[in-house]
Design a protein around this ligand. Structure first.
Ligand code: DGY
Length: 331
């Protein structure tokens, strides 16, 4: 029997790619950079499944180009704001993602950014390499304490909870804001307290963003919300770039509205090299690598492959973001 045809939009770790190649006739985009829009529209023609990355916009046009055979979209990420899930659902196409396996790796990285920002690790390294280290200095590169400081977590999903758990080890006071789980039982286990957003912004020494990108969270961190933060506060974003308004952040950092920011995600990605944020010293930017450990990226690849193959076999995806497609099929 002919193997199902799939398009994989980039090389992913062998742990997943081997499974895909075994089961499917796979067209894998081999380049390092994401493919142009026209290319994706061309390459998906006649496929049964798409394994996409967060850099690929999978919308109605892509689904139109692939239909009528398209049976599954498997996104190699926990976030799926790059996929028009509504459009997929209307067509009865299940969309898969990779939750869980990247929680610890991402929370580790968010905490690493918090610590690097608070203790000026990147500035210290630059200072040393620039030959400026002449002596031990009583006032040299003074940072902020983490132990017993207040951490405000925006979004108390898996990764937000992971941050709260890590903060316990530093005796931090942990506040969280999440309108979808105000009374989360996990909060008591990690000593976190639910609070409204304004109070969280006013009281936190560190504010860490862990929300998905949806209409309500677009530019949630803006001139108004930044103005409510302490002038000494540090902002960490490992969620999605557009949750933070980059122009407002630039002004807050430049004018002393907040003291430091550490971003793993930006709007747009990659950040333009002439963006004013890059002129600031009180900012760390990393290239969307919070989930980038060898083990985690391998597990994500395996999960994405399993979602893809389940969809091709007409089975329920192990991790499906639009389970309504199954309810409709049963009705
Ligand atoms: C995700 O999976 O959504 C992450 O942003 C990838 O690092």
């Amino acid at each position: 029997m002919a193997k199902p045809k799939v398009f994989v939009t980039r090389l992913i770790p062998e742990q997943g790619l081997a499974i895909v190649r075994d089961f499917c006739e796979a067209d894998v985009w081999p380049e390092e950079l994401p493919l142009a829009r026209e290319v994706i529209l061309e390459r998906v023609k006649g496929v049964d499944g798409i394994l996409s990355l967060l850099t690929d916009k999978i919308d109605d046009d892509v689904m139109d180009a692939a239909e009528p055979g398209l049976r599954v979209i498997s996104n190699y990420a926990v976030g799926f704001d790059n996929v028009d899930v509504g459009a997929a659902t209307r067509r009865g196409i299940p969309v898969g993602n990779t939750p869980g396996v990247l929680t610890d790796t991402t929370a580790d990285f968010a905490f690493a950014l918090l610590m690097a920002a608070a203790r000026r690790v990147v500035e210290g390294d630059n200072f040393t390499r620039a030959g400026k280290w002449k002596t031990w200095g009583p006032m040299l590169l003074l940072g902020q304490d983490i132990t017993r400081a207040t951490l405000g977590i925006i979004g108390f999903g898996r990764i937000g909870k992971g941050m709260a758990k890590r903060a316990q080890g530093f005796d931090m006071r942990v506040l969280y804001y999440d309108p979808f789980c105000e009374d989360d039982p996990y909060a008591a286990q990690v000593g976190a307290r639910s609070i409204d957003l304004d109070s969280l912004l006013r009281e936190s020494d560190f504010v860490s963003v862990h929300t998905p990108l949806i209409g309500e969270t677009y530019h949630l961190i803006n001139a108004d919300t930044l103005s409510k933060m302490k002038p000494t506060a540090i902002l960490i974003n490992t969620a999605r770039g557009p949750v933070v308004d980059p122009e407002a952040l630039y002004h807050a950092l430049k004018e002393g509205g907040i003291s430091f920011a550490a971003l793993d995600v930006t709007e747009p990605e990659p950040i333009r090299m002439d963006h004013p944020l890059l002129t600031l010293e009180n900012l760390i930017i990393t290239p969307h690598i919070a989930s980038a450990s060898v083990a985690t990226r391998g597990k994500m690849a395996q999960m994405a492959a399993e979602n893809l193959i389940a969809g091709l076999q007409g089975e329920r995806l192990p991790n499906c973001v639009n389970p309504e497609v199954y309810e409709r099929a049963q009705a």
